[in-house]
Design a protein around this ligand. Structure first.
Ligand SMILES: NC(=O)c1ccc[n+]([C@@H]2O[C@H](COP(=O)([O-])OP(=O)(O)OC[C@H]3O[C@@H](n4cnc5c(N)ncnc54)[C@H](O)[C@@H]3O)[C@@H](O)[C@H]2O)c1
Length: 437
């Protein structure tokens, strides 16, 4: 542990899709050049001189299965550039315990599947580490409360990677929305992920759902920028494709002109295709959140995401496909691109770097940790500077309520009784309102 030194050691657990997309390259940049260069993206460049000499190092990478060898491949990839730094590849079901004990990192970066965030976060806090975790913070309010209490008790930071707060388009609209559009009556959001996420990439799709997995992003943006609290939740969802993937993958294969046996998963995948959630907030505003993870690969963008605000004096919308970068390539079709999330560039005389709001969000958490550990600032004074665990309490609350309400409505609908279930939320409780109970 290096509380008083000017270096920060980071251990990462999880080395999957998101590590490849954003986390890995971000840490290469941070190890090479420190954090100062990323600070403009989070409006903190006035601190650049104070933190410029803080050295950031990965000390360990942990993934589950040694036979897959993911952590070892990541360590080799880092060694190609940082041959003088020691990074250990570790494996196991609870690999974080070994890593914390052996390396005593300053920071545990949690990039394991959605249902495997709480245990490593709690272990890290109890060992005195700060934490940066992938979203969602966790799956239930009970877990969130334990994490928030432990962070306070141990005087440690738990920063959550909520990158849409740092998307310059979204941030610009949200920060000025009430001044320009007046009181907001309704927010409408969409986030649709490609089919391969639920059928090929995530071994853990059955332990999460498309709303918990990505809906949390827009919930965070709305709650953070508009300062609203959720008071009731209505949700319904569909289980048409994935629950019957054992049949549908054959038709999908036929349409693609490939053998069904070429699909990684050919069995039923017991999770939702899509979930639509309506939240009513304490100011009467309605939020509509539509999420799925079955968007065809042929869709023009990597994902389909949009947010629209309807105020009484005006309205605004950010649609990812409208950012203006469109290309058509033989074999790839016509595509829209969003390099403002995780674009790479290498200027003459420079190294390959990642830029964009994917990295900005990680920098926000890491800067808070550096300010606490190296500059000696207090936890409370840093609270509004990064997405805290406490800020996720009502994001988790809506996700937890929505899963229960959607499932109950699914059962009522199947039994011919419509969709009568809602949830009533207070600051601390979720009450399920179900006729006949
Ligand atoms: N911020 C974002 O926009 C964003 C985008 C994608 C994913 N995510 C989040 O990141 C997390 C990881 O997602 P992903 O896309 O990398 O998933 P993935 O399925 O591609 O990878 C999961 C990784 O976790 C590892 N793992 C599984 N069980 C483990 C265990 N017990 N101990 C250690 N490692 C274990 C696997 O080996 C794998 O490397 C999820 O919570 C997801 O919601 C965030």
């Amino acid at each position: 542990m290096t509380d008083t030194s000017r270096s920060i050691s980071v251990a990462v657990i999880g080395g999957g899709m998101f590590f490849d997309d954003i986390i890995g390259q971000s840490f290469k940049d941070l190890m090479r050049g420190g954090i100062a260069g990323t600070l403009t993206s989070i409006g903190m460049s006035h601190l650049a001189a104070d933190v410029a000499d803080v050295q950031i190092d990965l000390c360990a990478v942990g993934t589950r299965s040694e036979s897959s060898g993911t952590a070892g491949r990541i360590v080799d990839w880092f060694a190609g550039e940082f041959s003088d730094r020691q990074i250990e590849a570790c494996y196991g079901e609870t690999v974080w315990n070994d890593i914390i004990q052996r390396h005593q990192p300053d920071v545990l970066f949690v990039a394991t599947p959605d249902h495997l965030h709480t245990d490593p976060i709690m272990a890290a806090l109890e060992a005195g580490c700060d934490v940066i975790t992938e979203k969602p913070l966790c799956l239930t309010c009970e877990e969130a409360d334990r994490i928030i209490a432990a962070a306070r008790q141990h005087d440690r930071i738990v920063a959550v990677d909520m990158h849409k707060r740092y998307d310059p388009f979204v941030r610009d609209m949200m920060m000025n929305s009430e001044a320009k559009y007046g009181p907001i009556n309704r927010v409408r959001t969409v986030l649709e992920e490609p089919l391969e996420v639920s059928t090929e990439i995530f071994a853990w799709a059955e332990q999460s759902n498309p709303f918990t997995y990505v809906g949390c992003h827009w919930l965070d943006v709305v709650h953070h920028y508009l300062g609203v609290k959720p008071r009731s939740v209505f949700a319904t969802g569909q289980k048409t494709l994935l629950e019957h993937w054992d049949e549908h993958h054959v038709e999908v294969a036929r349409r693609l002109g490939v053998e069904p046996s070429s699909f990684k998963r050919q069995h039923a995948i017991r999770t939702w295709d899509s979930i639509d959630v309506a939240v009513t907030y304490d100011n009467g505003m309605r939020g509509d959140y539509s999420n799925n993870w079955i968007n065809p690969a042929e869709f023009e963008g990597a994902v389909n995401q949009e947010i629209e605000l309807y105020g009484i004096y005006g309205r605004g919308m950010v649609d990812q496909q409208d950012r203006g970068f469109r290309e058509a390539i033989i074999g790839d079709g016509s595509r829209t691109r969003n390099p403002s999330f995780g674009g790479r560039f290498q200027h003459q005389g420079g190294e390959l770097e990642i830029f964009g709001y994917g990295k900005a969000s990680i920098a926000a958490g890491l800067l808070a940790i550096i300010r606490r550990r190296v500059l000696g600032e207090s936890l409370e004074s840093l609270d509004e500077t990064y997405p805290t665990a406490a800020s996720q309490r009502n994001v988790v609350q809506v996700a937890e309520a929505a899963e229960v309400v959607a499932q109950k409505n699914f059962e009522h609908f199947t039994a011919g009784r419509g969709t009568p279930v809602t949830a009533l939320l207070s600051d601390t409780t979720i009450e399920i309102l179900e006729p006949g109970t």
